[in-house]
Every structure is written in structure tokens, then in C-alpha cells.
Design a protein around this ligand. Structure first.
Ligand code: AMP
Length: 368
């Protein structure tokens, strides 16, 4: 195990496996191009090591050049691809083979293809040492692939995490065992959302609020939003299968998070069971469920006040609020026992100043 900046990484692909894949790529490409002199174009920075080993494995006439692009800031793709260095050789009429270290969403590739689209090359091929087929947008066929990998954040052999790790001879993957995953538990108005905002900054966690996700979908009038609206308007819970799927998608779209705060999920035993099962397929788990406790009369006052500002219809009507409490008592409260049986249930007094409550929560988290 190694540590780069704030994250832990464990060995994933050995040096020998990498070099074998590089040799196989070189052999495959040689079959197609050994009778001419192709230009290999390495994509900096990540591909420098791959290009060096590839050229040593490709023992036929060839030229090499580089372009430089960047799309990653930290652990998740920012989606913005910058071209920092353009290809300078005269490549008109030549066969160009791009050497990429990794293809994931395909955004960098798109930019590359755009870059070469005005040049009249003889052939344009893409070779990538690593390839995340699960998340690739599929817009352009990848001609030569070294190793297909699942959607995990990797470092080493040229690839970095905020510039560290490029000099590792083997490839490492993010180790989820060091993640902290928390469930913030409590009745509507208990302050889960407010506290999550502070905790996510303090502990570098991704905050997933199912209520916020539903509201986002309702605002944008998506199919999911339309479906959820009828339940939310009455203060009823949205059906499990819908909510579970939405939650899983939210987790999946953050493969590099160093941990999650689940806010407003799970709210039923079926959801809690589904969450455990889903996380275990990813070698992840819930570390703690922390309940913010406050009595109903205080919560009703808080929600009615919030309703005046937020405009949330489910916060403006006392009967809807009481219905949400009923839903909580019937369906959500049993989760105390569910998590209690796993030794993960913690209770915190939710009445007091916001920063005081953050401190109480922090105390529980730091003792984990
Ligand atoms: P919240 O913002 O967490 O109070 O959620 C607002 C509303 O969204 C709830 O009253 C439910 O109708 C719906 N909702 C949020 N999370 C869930 C969940 N885990 N299961 C079912 N419904 C949910």
C-alpha cells in the first residue's frame, strides 16, 4: 500500500503484466505497419512511460512525436480538455498512431481527433494501454487496446494523482478500505443537510442527499422527477426501487470519492439492505450511522420556518410534515436496530448551535 497526498492506493497491475501488454500492442501494430514508417504520437503527460517502453518493443522504422493535453484535476475528470502542445511534424499523408496511456470517458480522445481532423493524414489510429470500456462514450473505435480495466481510479506508470505517482513502475488503484462512509440519520428537519455541508468539507467526503436529488429532478422535470413528485408532495416516501437505483447511480458517478455522506438514505429496511449489498460489491461499507435527535415540536417549528424561505411545499403544511414523521416512525425508525445490530449506530443531540452539533458529530467520526 502507498499513500499519495491524502489517498491510499494498493497494487493493481504488475510491471510484468504491463510490459507484456506493451509488447503485444507493439507486435499487433507492427503486423499492420512494419512496411511503412508510421508516426507515433504520444499524449503527454501520462503516456511518456508507455511511449518509451512501446518504442523499445517496436523494432521497425518509425518516428515519434508528442502532444500535450490535460483533463484531470484531482481524482475526477473535470471534463475540460486543454491542448497545451500541438503536434509539429509534417504529418500530411502519413500514418499516425496515437499512443494514449488511458482512455476513460473519451473526452481527451475527442479533442485529439478534433486536433487532427484538419490534417490530411493517410491513416489515423488510436492505441491505448489502458481502457475503461464501462464508461467510454463509444464515439470512436479504439483500434488497439492493451489492458481493459474496470472504472477505478489508477496511478503509476505515467499516470498521476495530482502529479504524484507517475514514476511508479506498476499501476495502483485507489484503496476503498480507507474510505469513510457515513449515514446521517434523523427526522425531517433534524439538520442532516446542514451538518453534511460542514462534514463534507472537514472530512473530504461526497454528500449525497436523496431529497436533493429528487428536487433537482423535479426542477428539471425529468421522468424521475415527475414520478417522485406525486409522493413527495404528499410527504410519502418514494418507492424503494426508484430511490435505490437513483442512489446507486449517484455513487457510481463518483468512483474516486474518498467517502460518502448519505443524507436521507436509507429510509427503509429494504434500502439499508440494498445499500449494504451494493457497497459490498465495491469493497465498500458503511462505517457509521449517526442520528441527529430532536423532538417533534422543535422540528415542526424548524420545518415551517424553512418552508417560508425554501418554498418547499412539503415544509409548508403541518399535516404533510406530520405525515413525514409518521413515515419516519413506521419505516425509518426500525433502522436504528438494523445498524445497532451491526454496532454502527450512534446518537447525537441535534439541539443547539450548528457548530456545536458539528463538533459532536466530529467526535463520533474521529473515534471510528
Ligand atoms: P428530504 O429532503 O430528505 O426530507 O426528502 C424529501 C422527500 O423526498 C421525502 O419526504 C420523500 O418523499 C423523498 N425521499 C427522500 N429520500 C428518500 C428515500 N431514501 N426513500 C424514499 N423517499 C425519499
Amino acid at each position: 500500500m502507498i499513500k499519495l497526498h491524502d489517498q491510499y492506493f494498493k497494487p493493481f497491475i504488475s510491471e510484468a503484466q504491463i510490459l507484456t501488454a506493451v509488447q503485444e500492442l507493439a507486435d499487433k501494430i507492427a503486423l499492420d505497419y512494419k512496411d511503412e514508417t508510421p508516426i507515433f504520437v504520444g499524449v503527454l503527460n501520462g503516456a511518456f512511460m508507455f511511449v518509451a517502453d512501446f518504442l523499445k518493443a517496436y523494432q521497425h522504422p518509425c518516428e515519434v512525436s508528442f502532444v500535450k493535453m490535460s483533463s484531470y484535476g484531482g481524482l475526477t475528470s473535470t471534463g475540460i480538455v486543454e491542448t497545451l502542445l500541438d503536434v509539429s511534424e509534417n504529418i500530411e499523408g502519413r500514418s499516425v498512431i496515437i499512443l494514449e496511456d488511458i482512455i476513460d470517458t473519451g473526452r481527451t480522445l475527442q479533442e485529439l481527433i478534433h486536433m487532427f481532423s484538419n490534417i490530411n493524414v493517410k491513416e489515423f489510429k488510436i492505441a491505448s494501454l489502458f481502457y475503461k470500456s464501462e464508461i467510454y462514450n463509444g464515439e470512436y473505435a479504439i483500434d488497439y487496446v492493451g489492458i481493459e480495466i474496470p472504472d477505478k481510479f489508477i496511478v503509476g506508470y505515467g499516470l498521476d494523482y495530482n502529479e504524484l505517482g507517475r514514476n511508479l513502475k506498476e499501476v495502483y488503484q485507489l484503496n476503498h478500505k480507507h474510505m469513510i462512509n457515513l449515514v446521517l440519520f434523523g427526522k425531517p428537519g433534524a439538520g442532516k443537510g446542514t451538518q453534511a455541508e460542514f462534514l463534507k468539507e472537514k472530512y473530504n467526503l461526497k454528500h449525497i442527499s436523496t431529497g436533493d436529488l429528487f428536487r433537482y429532478n423535479m426542477k428539471n422535470d425529468t421522468d424521475l422527477g415527475k414520478l417522485a413528485k406525486s409522493y413527495i408532495d404528499k410527504g410519502d416516501l418514494v418507492p424503494d426501487e426508484v430511490t435505490i437505483k437513483m442512489l446507486e447511480d449517484a455513487v457510481d458517478s463518483n468512483p474516486d470519492a474518498s467517502g460518502f455522506i448519505f443524507d436521507g438514505f436509507p429510509r427503509t429496511t429494504a434500502q439499508a439492505e440494498a445499500l449494504d449489498k451494493f457497497l459490498s460489491t465495491k469493497e465498500m461499507r458503511i462505517n457509521a450511522t449517526i442520528a441527529l435527535e430532536a423532538n417533534d415540536e422543535i422540528l415542526i417549528q424548524r420545518l415551517l420556518e424553512r418552508g417560508k424561505v425554501s418554498g418547499r411545499s412539503d415544509d409548508q403544511d403541518e399535516s404533510k410534515i406530520r405525515n413525514r414523521f409518521d413515515e419516519y416512525n413506521q419505516k425509518t425508525a426500525p433502522l436504528k436496530d438494523f445498524y445497532g445490530a451491526q454496532g454502527k449506530f450512534h446518537s447525537v443531540n441535534g439541539i443547539g448551535a450548528i457548530d456545536e452539533i458539528t463538533m459532536r458529530l466530529g467526535k463520533v467520526i474521529e473515534e471510528l
